[in-house]
Design a protein around this ligand. Structure first.
Ligand code: NAD
Ligand code: UDP
Length: 339
């Protein structure tokens, strides 16, 4: 069976993907500097899967470390999750974001070249559709104008990977554009563990519900949407992880560049998220309405047809599953991996 290197594999999406890859019979190697994660997440991946995972604590920018990983393991494909992802922080620290996100990609591509590894999947984002494109987004739309450096790093990394594949006909690149991953593994053992005040909606909702934060502020209720709050394409992280298993099968068999949206195709508003979370879990989520958050779009959702047609992948879990599993993780781990 093939071996997959997960760069940034101890993080939220990487850890869930590791579980699904192991369940599908792949061998997994994780490399992470734990800048936004911890070794405990990998321990729990091993616990869930009953399999061991070779793990390296290393910076993906570090070429010598990467060369060592490729020489010590027979890697067939790489999934590149390693990146900084906080939109607001990227506005305050753009150079840190460009340095980390672009350099990890360049170092990986260089080490892969030296090791003769020709297959890479990249964690991109719906943010690359920018401000101009109409919803629902389809893969052939041009990349748009981003509102923050985080988004631009994704645009730039897509471009870098496309150029690399154009120059090396043996290189296979899959760009996965994630929509809004939420929820957690149904075991409640792995989940999203943001450091400090969460930027994203679902961890904030869960932390309010568990009493770590007083109330949620809903950013804007004057959008041109059915209830006035912004709409997003929320996707269960386990569905997203299974999309990576399909994408690995694809990238092992093809060359060139392929782009896939990973979303459900159905948008929900902030209010619908809060209402569903309260109803499914029977817990209150105190909330108030506030100003719009700068840079937020009214709506973002996928046309998910291509992933179904080409990869045979579609989501299986609904919004109730997402809310239930997010809460199951939060209430069993009120302080995340810090117990
Ligand atoms: P995460 O922060 O939980 O995981 C990223 C992992 O990469 C972390 O474990 C972190 O420690 C590691 N990392 C960062 N820089 C590194 C470096 N230089 N060397 C080694 N490890 C490094 O984030 P996530 O939510 O799992 O996201 C994974 C990828 O998916 C990221 O590239 C992110 O931008 C992208 N993405 C996430 C979302 C989302 O909403 N979560 C949406 C779209 C795209
Ligand atoms: N949101 C909110 N309050 C929060 C965090 C987020 O109302 O404390 C809203 C946000 O304005 C957006 C939606 O929830 O409309 C999803 O935000 P998130 O940051 O999770 O994802 P993204 O902005 O990347 O779509």
């Amino acid at each position: 069976m093939s071996t997959v290197l997960l760069a940034g594999g101890a993080g939220y999406i990487g850890s869930h993907t590791a579980v699904e890859l192991l369940a599908a019979g792949y061998d997994v190697v994780i490399a992470d500097n734990y800048s936004n994660s911890c070794p405990e997440a990998v321990k729990r991946v091993e616990e869930i899967s009953g399999k061991s995972v070779r793990t390296y604590e290393c910076d993906i920018k570090d070429s010598a470390e990467l060369d060592r990983i490729f020489s010590e393991n027979s890697i067939d494909a790489v999934i590149h999750f390693a990146g900084l992802k906080a939109v607001g922080e990227s506005v305050a620290k753009p150079v840190l974001y460009y340095r980390n996100n672009i350099d990890t990609t360049l170092s990986l591509l260089e080490s892969m070249e030296r090791a003769g590894v020709k297959r890479i999947i990249f964690s991109s984002s719906a943010t690359v559709y920018g401000e101009e494109n109409p919803v629902p987004y389809t893969e052939e739309m041009p990349r748009g104008t981003c509102t923050n450096p985080y988004g631009w790093t994704k645009v730039m990394m897509e471009q870098i990977l496309e150029d690399a594949a154009r120059a090396d006909k043996e290189l296979a690149v899959v760009l996965l554009r994630y929509f809004n991953p939420i929820g957690a593994h149904p075991s409640g053992r792995i989940g999203e563990d943001p450091q400090g005040i969460p930027n994203n909606l679902m961890p904030y909702v869960s932390q309010v519900a568990v009493g770590r934060r007083e109330k949620l502020t809903i950013f804007g209720n004057d959008y041109d949407t059915p209830d006035g709050t912004a709409r997003r394409d929320y996707i269960h992280v386990v569905d997203l992880a299974k999309g990576h298993v399909k994408a690995i099968g694809y990238v092992l068999e093809h060359s060139g560049v392929e782009v896939f949206n990973l979303g459900t195709g159905t948008p929900y508003s902030v209010t619908e998220i809060v209402d569903t979370f309260e109803k499914v879990n029977g817990v209150p989520v105190p909330h108030v309405y506030g100003e719009r958050r700068p840079g937020d779009l009214p709506e973002s959702y996928a046309n998910a047809d291509k992933a179904l047609a080409v990869l045979g992948w579609q989501t299986e879990k609904d919004l109730s599953d997402m809310c239930r599993d997010a809460w199951n993780w939060q209430k069993n781990n009120p302080n995340g991996y810090n117990k």
